[in-house]
Design a protein around this ligand. Structure first.
Ligand code: NAD
Ligand code: WQD
Length: 356
């Protein structure tokens, strides 16, 4: 198969999805984007277009669980492959709203699969997550590491993977690249795109950015009594630009052979919370006040990827380091104190379509 040319991107207005749109537009793909803006804004597309210097394509505001609206998109467009980002992603929230998470993440994926199947589209790149691994035993986690989802969010991703693997076994030609991201952070180097959490952020990097810019007084470091060199928990932070580059490469490999292919996306190197704080201080040139708080429920000591499989099979290796991740996240925070929603509307382009 030639590399696919028309890609349906679900969740394309979100943090990783918007960066992926830029990456795919830069490489000549035609895009159809769907998003319900439950955790994003349509304003982001003006910025995607500004960076890419191209129209983003046709954008539909719809909920991927809306079977008829989704089918209508496949009726109207000849889609070669789907990159499926749309999901709810907050681990803590998922413990309070498990049904909503299963409905959106699992139900949304099966609704998408049905539409794909009915329209003869058999190529999918799926956003999976390192959170489906249990607590690592200290070493890097390979794709065959023990699975032990610790939250409804993680369980929803594992359920999706199992469904996708089964569909691949039963539908000839069905091909899935399931990418298990570790901790994607950072922002587009232009400062136009970045992570824009609604409400109080859960994740470390946006918290740091908000403390640095003065929106929050201090960072709470969740635990300094882990069995790690400085006592704080260790993660594998990966630049969002490296993350989306891997998606573009995944599309190029959809023709390698049918079936379910699972890859970790990570740097393969861990950083402690205090190491990230130090890197962020260096990037923003100001001290980050922090205190030591109790461990966060559900946290694990260390989660670092063994990302050798994707390097071996595709030659993909992350190119950006922690300093670059912090620099880009800080640039986005500084330039966008009120997020993408503050961007000017652009009027000379194909407008967002409502569907359903
Ligand atoms: P995000 O919330 O920024 O993006 C998700 C997008 O999907 C948003 O634009 C949201 O509005 C949209 N969406 C949600 N529910 C929808 C629905 N029912 N119908 C249509 N659109 C819907 O999140 P992100 O960080 O860009 O994550 C993208 C994907 O990557 C998700 O599947 C997430 O689970 C996965 N992932 C993220 C991380 C991370 O740390 N950011 C790590 C591992 C995996
Ligand atoms: C990183 C470290 C915190 C905030 C999450 C999801 C995972 C995946 C990636 C989606 C931890 C510590 C954090 C703060 C802190 N996402 N921390 N103070 O928990 O590794 O992974 O994002 O799939 O599923 O669970 O990322 O950024 O929340 O935390 O000390 O205010 O920073 O305890 O050790 P996490 P994170």
């Amino acid at each position: 198969m030639n590399p696919p040319s028309t890609i349906l991107v679900t969740g394309g207005a979100g943090f990783i999805g918007s960066h992926a749109c830029v990456e795919l537009l830069d490489h000549g793909y035609e895009l159809i984007v769907v998003d319900d803006y439950s955790n994003s804004s349509s304003q982001v597309f003006a910025r995607v277009e500004r960076i890419a210097g191209r129209f983003v394509g046709t954008v539909y505001e719809l909920d991927i669980r809306d079977r008829h609206a989704l089918a209508a998109v496949f009726d109207r467009h000849s889609v070669d492959a789907v990159v499926h980002f749309a999901a709810l992603k907050a681990v803590g929230e998922s413990t309070r709203m498990p049904v909503e998470y299963y409905d959106t993440n699992v139900g949304g994926t099966t609704t998408l699969l049905r539409a794909m199947h009915e329209h003869g589209v058999h190529h999918l790149v799926f956003s999976s997550s390192c959170s489906l691994y249990g607590d690592g035993d200290g070493g890097p986690l390979g794709e065959d590491a023990v699975v032990g989802p610790g939250s409804p969010y993680a369980a929803s991703k594992w359920a999706c993977e199992q469904i996708l693997a089964d569909v691949c076994r039963r539908v000839p030609g069905f091909t899935v690249m399931a990418l298990r991201y570790f901790n994607p952070v950072g922002a587009h180097p232009s400062g136009l795109l970045g992570e824009e959490p609604r409400g109080t952020p859960d994740n470390l990097m946006p918290c740091l950015a908000q403390v640095a810019v003065g929106r929050r007084e201090r960072l709470h470091v969740f635990g300094d009594d882990w069995d790690t060199p400085d006592g704080t928990a260790v993660r594998d932070y990966l630049h969002v630009m490296d993350t989306v580059e891997a998606h573009r490469i995944a599309l190029e490999h959809l023709g390698d052979g049918p079936g379910m292919h699972v890859y970790n996306l990570g740097v393969g190197q861990g950083s402690s919370v205090l190491e990230v704080v130090a890197a962020f201080q260096e990037a923003c040139g100001r001290p980050i006040p922090y205190d030591i708080a109790p461990r966060r429920p559900g946290d694990v000591r260390e989660r670092v990827a063994d990302a050798t499989a994707v390097a071996r099979d595709w030659g993909w290796r992350p190119r950006r380091n922690l300093a670059g991740m912090c620099r880009d996240a800080w640039r986005f925070q500084q330039l966008n104190p009120s997020g993408h929603a503050g961007s000017a509307r652009q009027t000379n382009r194909k407008r967002v379509t409502s569907c359903g």
